[in-house]
Design a protein around this ligand. Sequence first.
Ligand SMILES: [Zn+2]
Length: 300
Amino acid sequence: MKLRYLIAFSLAALFAATSADAKIRVFACEPEWGALAQELGGDAVEVDVATSALQDVHQIEAKPSLIAKVRRADLVACTGADLEVGWLPQLMRQAGNAKVASGPGYFLAASQVTTLEKPAKLDRAAGDVHPDGNPHIQMDPYRILKVAKALSARLAEVDAANAASYATRMAAFEGRWNAAIKRWEAKAAPLKGQRIVVQHNSWIYLTKWLGIEQVGALEPKPGVPPTSAYLASMVATVKEKKPFAVIRAAYQDPKASKWLSERTGVPAVALPFTVGADAKSQDLFALFDSTIDALLGAGK
Ligand SMILES: [Zn+2]
């Protein structure tokens, strides 16, 4: 009797251990891809997110804790288009994890969609120009859907045993997402044709989607802080073009946009930019809800 108990218990423990181990470990560079992997993978995945919404993903330190996470990953999901060029290659090299070095285990979101602002030819004089276009694709829900389909297929490739469940989850996500897009577009309709000033050039996918016109950027070149002469010229631009808001990502220093706001009376607005930036934006759906609410609030 005792032995039988013991065997039953050991088998149960063993089963629990193998089913836990069977989870696919996803290493996501940014919160939006972590959230998407969680939506599409459900219980079959365990997600490590390298950065938080309050960090600047252009500049991340390749810390040992991140290397350890890449080392145990089955799938790396990042933006690509050079966004993580300062840290991801180093993480990958030091992790030495062949599973995610190339092939199905290495997934770049920007490679699944067409990017905007792709230079026709590379000109060094233009400064910090990305050859693969603007990497900040996550605020366009149509691109998110394309990335979702590719990521779901990739999960099924890496974890063939759960392929059917990934397909089911993808179909459910697509239905909910398409319904949400309709809702967002109807709600954001008053923003169409309005003008905006941005702090960093990371909103073109959002503004293009909603038909908002960007009339200036507080960073004259991506990643370069504005000089006082440049800021003065922005005051003139704002007075002439009358944007309804100066927007920045939650992770950014508010100084420049507040300065401009104080001199022009145009409200400075922090938008979440990714999942987890504020109390509301706790998943991808809420991220778009809170972004549109914040823009509408500024436009009033
Ligand atoms: Zn950028």
